[in-house]
Design a protein around this ligand. Sequence first.
Ligand code: NAI
Ligand code: MG
Length: 348
Amino acid sequence: MTRIAVIPGDGIGTEVIEAARTVLDAACARHGVSLSYTEFDWSCQRHEREGAMMPADGIETLRGFDAILLGAVGWPGVPDHVSLWGLLIPIRRAFRQYVNLRPIRVFEGVQSPLRVADDVDFVVVRENNEGEYSEVGGRVNRGFPDELAVQESIFTRVGVSRIADYAFELAASRRGYVTSATKSNGIVHTLPFWDEVVAERAALHPDVRFDSEHIDALAAKFVLQPQRFDVVVGSNLFGDILSDLAAAVAGSIGIAPSGNLNPEKEFPSMFEPVHGSAPDIAGQGIANPVGAVWSAAMMLEHLGHAAAAADILRAMETTLAKPETRTRDLGGTATTTEATQALVVALG
Ligand code: NAI
Ligand code: MG
C-alpha cells in the first residue's frame, strides 16, 4: 500500500486537493493502484489556533510516507514568510527535495495571452534547497534611519552539480536541449561559479545541446519564443520567477503543476500546484483544479505508475479543449466540481 500524506493547506488549496483526490481515485481504480491517504490540517488556520503551521514533530510524521500532496499555504493575517518558512521550506530541505520540477504546456483550447504560443512544451528545473533562499544574514538597527539588512546567497558545488545533472538527464529523455539561467555579468561571485559548474556537467553530457542565458534576456525570450525551450535550469530565485512567468505564458497559473523531488527516493517527494491559496476566489467553488490534478499525476509517475499518470494527462487534454468543462480563469463556464467530474468522465 502506497501511503500519501495530504496537506490541503489554505484557501483554494482545500478545494483543489479534494478535486485532485477524486481524479486520483478514478485513475487508480482503473489501473489497480491503491493509495491510502492521511490528511493533515497544517495551515495558517492552525497557525492562528496553535502558533505554528505544523507540529514540532511534523517532519518526523511525514518521513514515513511515500509522497506528500499539498494544496497551498498562505492567508492574510499570517505573513507570507511565516507560512512559507514554517511548512514548505522545512519540508523541501529536510527531505532533500532539491529539484523543483515545473512542466509547462499550452493545451488545445487554452488561450495563451501571446500570439505565438503553439508547440510550447518545456520544463523549468528549479534548484530547491539553496541559492538565494538562505537563512544566512541578518537585520540590525531595526527602526533607526541606519537600519540595514544583509542576506547571503549560498551556492555549493554539490548543490549546483546535482541540479545540473538532473536537468541534463531529463533533457536526454526529451528533446536534448538545456538552457541555464544566469546573471554572471552583474552577480560576480555566485553566478560565475554556477556557470562554471553547469558547464562542467554539460561536458559530461555531450549528447545534450546546452546554452546559458542572462535572466533578463531569458525572461524576454520566454515571452517572445517560448517554443524554443526544452529544459531550463535555474537557481532557486530565478527558477521561481521563470516558472510563474512560464505558467502565465501557457495560459493560466491555475493549470501549472510542480514536483519537489528527492530523485534518489531516500525521502518522500512533495507535489503541489504552482498557484497559491487565492484568497480572492477562495470559497466560491470556481478554482481551477487542473494544477493540483496535474501535480497528482506527476506524483503517480514518480511512484512508478506511469500509465495511470498518462491517463490523467489525456483526460486533461480532453476537458481543457471544451469551454463547458474548463473553469472561468480559462474562459470556460465550469465550476471546480463540474471540471473535476468532467475529468473523471474523460478517464472513462
Ligand atoms: P495566487 O496564486 O494564490 O493567486 C494569484 C492569482 O491567480 C489570483 O488572482 C488567483 O485568483 C488566481 N489563481 C490562482 N490559482 C488559481 C486557480 N487554481 N484557479 C483560478 N484562479 C487562480 O498567488 P498570490 O495571490 O500571490 O498569493 C496568495 C497566497 O498564497 C499568499 O499568502 C501566498 O504566500 C500564497 N502562496 C502559496 C504558495 C504555495 O503554497 N506554494 C505559492 C504561491 C503563493
Ligand atoms: Mg512562485
